[in-house]
Design a protein around this ligand. Structure first.
Ligand code: ADP
Length: 485
């Protein structure tokens, strides 16, 4: 089976969040199962092509991509996802992708990803690659199914191609000026008020994908249900209910080679479920690195996150001082984003020196060290399509405290609700007081070191590898080939 996997980010080349991790791990697993995957993404200026062994495809030099009345030249760099057989094609168009950031608020943001999608079709045509499945991810590549049906349908190469759209986050929809539909080669009137591709007066990339893809998936079973409700549906719940027969929730796996406390090169000392002793060294090293005063009995909560309203940190804001007052808690925080949260965490690190440490920015190595060195990991997200950090935490014996939503609900078992089976702590109602109570619940358990170790070990032994999820994607591809839904 041939698969075209198209994405706006992929580890290790370019990453802002979980999509990048999935875009590397899932294709690699598919390819291990005998599927031939070609992955397409932009060549952002931050990607060091030569370091990853990419070569310029000379036969595709200055290939013209037709967008509306314009022909935009691109180059293509070819390489592979390290350690896999997945072919990667980086679409090189400095005009669009040399912006200093992966995502922008620039007026031509829609155009950037329309170019990527046209380029994927053109490269497949040039290489005579006939995909059984085109697998799109999120709004940036959600036009592929419509472009296939309206613009590239003349080409027999794609005659039996079926399309899959994975929704990693429904909140980002790519709402654009309806004129961009022409650039994508789609009928302009369908992006106008009342048209199939219109939402809220705009041309919606994501809605277009939801309407046109042969199959839809999202990244956890609970999120698949949630997005069909008004409160999580971001205005598209009606459509998602209409297409529920084609929608499947498949939990993300994690890359257990990269996130492995036994072999992780970023951490101070290896450890495992059999021998947790190395975790204390990681804890001490983290405290030194971040400037925390940390005694053995001081519980350390880690946070690694985008600071976006989705992540629920405003719940933490209002109870933070109480938490600090009534406990000997320590916090190791890594993240960036919303100024409001950056400012608050800065203030807290100034107010509680040696107890609250904050690193603002993106730092992959530190993310690993926080996972390894913390006792608990906090994710109070209002919604979380899947979430990866809670799974990394479980694997590193770092007990997650989470809001019971989306993938968090599917992966963390509350230790009070399921005595003897718990792997973490979770709460239903996302309110500051409930969050505070849940953290205190976790602190009570932390004092019973024997039980705490059992919780850690159960989490560490849980299987979050891609094996099962990759099989579910393959089943979905096969069913898309077999029948319509
Ligand atoms: P989302 O995709 O919504 O950001 P996920 O939990 O699915 O959330 O994935 C986040 C990924 O990004 C994880 O791999 C996490 O370790 C990483 N990450 C987030 N913020 C940072 C940061 N500031 N530094 C390093 N890694 C980060």
């Amino acid at each position: 089976m041939n698969v075209c996997f198209i994405t706006s980010e992929c580890t290790p080349f370019a990453k802002t969040g979980g999509l990048a991790d999935v875009s590397a791990a899932l294709p690699a697993f598919l390819s291990r199962k005998g599927i031939r995957v070609k992955l397409f993404m932009p060549l952002y200026s931050s990607i060091q092509v030569l370091e990853y062994g990419f070569v310029k495809a000379s036969e595709l030099s200055q290939t013209a991509i037709a967008m509306g009345n314009e022909a935009i030249p691109i180059d293509v760099w070819y390489g592979q996802i390290p350690g896999s057989d997945v072919d990667v094609y980086l679409i090189d168009c400095p005009r669009f992708f040399h912006r200093g950031r992966i995502y922008t608020d620039d007026p031509d943001e829609a155009d950037r990803f329309i170019l990527l999608q046209h380029a994927a079709f053109v490269v497949m045509q040039r290489y005579n690659f006939s995909p059984d499945i085109i697998h799109s991810n999120d709004w940036q590549t959600a036009l592929m199914p419509a472009m296939l049906k309206y613009h590239y349908n003349w080409d027999r190469l794609f005659a039996s191609t079926r399309t899959v759209l994975s929704i990693h986050n429904l909140a980002y929809q790519g709402l654009s000026n309806p004129d961009f539909s022409i650039r994508a080669g789609l009928p302009r009137e369908m992006a106008d008020q009342g048209g199939l591709f219109e939402y809220s007066g705009a041309f919606s990339f994501l809605k277009t994908g939801i309407m046109m893809a042969d199959r839809l998936s999202t990244v956890s079973p609970t999120y698949a249900k949630e997005i069909q409700s008004e409160s999580f549906g971001e205005g598209l719940d009606g459509l998602l209910r209409m297409r529920s027969g084609c929608l499947k929730g498949i939990i993300n796996g994690i890359d257990t080679d990269i996130w492995n406390p036994e072999t992780d090169p970023h951490i101070a000392s290896p450890f495992s479920a059999k021998d947790l002793s190395g975790k204390s060294a990681c804890r001490a090293a983290l405290a030194t690195e971040m400037g925390l005063k940390l005694a053995e009995n001081d519980p350390l909560i880690g946070i690694v996150s985008r600071f976006a309203s989705q992540k629920g940190f405003d719940l933490l804001l209002s109870v933070f001082r109480d938490l600090m007052k009534f406990s000997n808690l320590r916090f190791a925080i890594l993240g960036s984003g919303d100024r409001h949260f950056e400012y608050f965490f800065d203030q807290m690190s100034a107010a509680y020196p040696g107890r609250v440490a904050v690193y603002k920015g993106f730092n992959d190595g530190l993310a690993h060290r926080i996972e390894a060195g913390s006792d608990m990991f906090l994710m109070p997200s209002y919604y979380e399509p899947c979430g990866l950090n809670q799974m990394y935490s479980l694997r590193y014996g770092t007990v997650p405290i989470v809001h019971k939503t989306g993938g968090l609900a599917d992966t963390v078992i509350d230790s009070d609700e399921f005595p003897g089976h718990g792997t973490g702590f979770s709460f239903w109602n996302a309110t500051p007081d409930v969050l505070k109570d849940t953290i205190f619940r976790a602190l009570d358990w932390f004092e019973d070191r024997k039980e705490w170790k059992n919780i850690q070990i159960r989490g560490m032994k849980t299987d979050f590898s891609w094996t099962k999820s990759a099989d579910e994607y393959i089943e979905m591809y096969q069913s898309a080939k077999r029948e319509s839904c």
